[in-house]
Design a protein around this ligand. Structure first.
Ligand code: SF4
Length: 501
């Protein structure tokens, strides 16, 4: 957009969101679809503007991992810590806090506490009022018709509410809209409780690129507004693969680590894991169009010189990866890319072929190596198969991220230690090529575990904007939580397997 050009719609990405390498995909898809209707929609990546302030403090390094885990964890932890301190939210006022959560990150506060804190943050002369004036309100030549705010997780809720409140003060004629996956999960609650929607005119759950463009056109045409909370759109068999990235937005990112997120299928063909909300957020699994996927990657290489891509599909199966590899080769597209998949033995067979086609990082949802936990999650894979597949990938040059969950109902500390040691053994076997995402089990809104808690699990409550329940988790978990963070941040802090079980 040329400076001074009218903005039909503005989409704001509030901090903190956990990546300094991947620009947010959903807003860029909304911008692309809006552009097809002749609308000028601009993305304001306030998350990255916030994180950039810390880059000189901490220094960045992301190693060789692409995708969600190709990030500087120390940098992001420093930025998030400073952000939470600046909210003025007092942990002592939190409600329904899970055992190891930071209440400000998980938004474990009631409506009144949050209203007071966001009111203070939006007051004239406050830190956030000044920051948003400088980064947002003073940079837009005239009020946009529609201001969308993207909320992908509870950590973004605080500033999203501050922004909505200030938009109504600075641009009273602008229509405010909430969207994003966290909003999709909360849409039912929002319909029943007006306190969610103070300063918000509309909510667009689900993948709302068509709905957002339609709303902007209606507002531009001066027509009466759409329903306050839209119905989730029907799953489209075909959707846009090609994000519209503005040079101004991409300039916020370090070109040496910038990785473009892409999504080629929606939904999950497995769809059974009992801790997962994907089947709620994306209820229908769509098919991959590998030719269009390769074309989108080729276009982004030509437009921006980007050669690193993170495929965000919840589950890219081996046949899908092979067809993408074939399409890339056929189109002459050379790029490095990452994907998330479920462990299957055929990966060991095809790893080298996929590596040759640019597959650089694979994220595996292993979750737990213990059979009882695997059955609880309805996701059973023998650890020996995971070891075989991870080794084959690493030997082919594909970096592997093992997602592991600790602290399940009834799990003992010894079992958790065993799993941590198992992870260390995989990492030690292939130095620099095996990383981990080590998390304690969260029981999350609308997941099967929350809707039908297993015997012995007691859900004690959930705050209105939170993602996770407070539940009667194993008492040793806080002791392990710090170690898991430490292991993620400092690779050499691992316990040798022989030292535990
Ligand atoms: S955890 Fe992954 S594989 Fe399991 S249902 Fe969710 S998206 Fe699908």
């Amino acid at each position: 957009m040329a400076f001074g050009e009218t903005i039909d719609g503005l989409i704001i990405v509030p901090p903190p969101s956990p990546s300094e390498t991947n620009p947010p995909l959903g807003p860029m898809i909304l911008a692309r679809v809006a552009a097809r209707y002749g609308l000028n929609v601009e993305v304001r990546d306030l998350n990255m503007e916030y994180i950039r302030q810390f880059m000189t403090d901490v220094g960045t390094s992301t190693g060789g991992i692409l995708g969600d885990h190709g990030k500087d964890r120390a940098l992001l932890a420093a930025a998030a810590g400073r952000f939470f301190a600046s909210t003025g939210l007092c942990p002592g006022e939190a409600v329904h806090v899970p055992d190891t959560a930071d209440p400000r990150a998980g938004m474990h506060f009631d409506f009144d506490t949050l209203r007071r804190a966001t009111g203070r943050a939006a007051a004239a002369g406050s830190f956030w009022e000044n920051w948003l004036a400088e980064r947002l309100f003073e940079t837009v030549p005239e009020p946009p018709a529609v201001v969308g705010i993207s909320i992908m997780g509870p950590s973004q809720v605080f500033l999203a509410l501050v922004v909505a409140r200030l938009v109504k003060r600075h641009w009273p004629e602008s229509v405010t809209v909430l969207g994003g996956s966290h909003v999709t999960l909360l849409a039912g609650e929002m319909a029943a409780e007006p306190r969610y929607l103070e300063f918000v005119d509309h909510v667009l759950p689900g993948h709302s690129e068509e709905g957002f463009a339609t709303l902007v056109r209606r507002v531009r045409a001066g027509r009466p507004s759409a329903p306050r909370i839209a119905a989730p759109p029907p799953a489209a068999g075909r959707f846009d693969y090609h994000p519209l990235a503005a040079a101004r937005q991409l300039a916020l990112y370090d070109p040496s680590t910038l990785t473009m997120p892409l999504q080629f299928t929606r939904g999950c063909s497995y769809g059974r894991c009992t801790y997962c909300t994907y089947p709620v957020v994306e209820p229908v699994a769509t098919r991959l169009d590998a030719g269009r996927a390769a074309a989108a990657m080729g276009a982004l290489i030509r437009e921006h010189g980007i050669t690193r891509f993170s495929v965000k599909d919840s589950l890219l199966t081996v046949p899908m990866m092979l067809s993408l590899a074939e399409a890339l080769e056929k189109a002459g597209v050379r790029a490095r890319w990452s994907a998330t998949t479920k462990v299957t033995r055929s990966l060991a067979v095809h790893a080298r072929r996929l590596a040759d086609a640019g597959l650089a990082t694979l994220e595996f949802g292993v979750e737990t190596v213990h059979r009882r936990g695997q059955e609880l999650f309805d996701k059973v894979t023998a650890p020996g198969i995971v070891e075989e597949v991870a080794a084959a990938c690493a030997d082919s040059g594909i970096a592997v991220v093992l997602n592991l969950i600790f602290g399940l109902p009834g799990e003992t500390l010894d079992e958790a230690e065993y799993q941590l040691a198992w992870f260390a053994a995989q990492r030690d076997r292939s130095p620099g090529l095996v990383d981990g995402s080590l998390n304690l089990l969260e029981i999350v809104r609308d997941s099967p575990l929350a809707l039908r808690p297993p015997p012995g699990v007691e859900l004690r409550g959930i705050a209105p904007w939170a993602y996770c329940y407070d539940w009667n988790a194993p008492a040793w978990r806080p002791e392990l939580a710090d170690r898991l963070r430490h292991v993620e941040l400092q690779a050499n802090a691992l316990t040798r397997p022989s030292a535990v079980l």
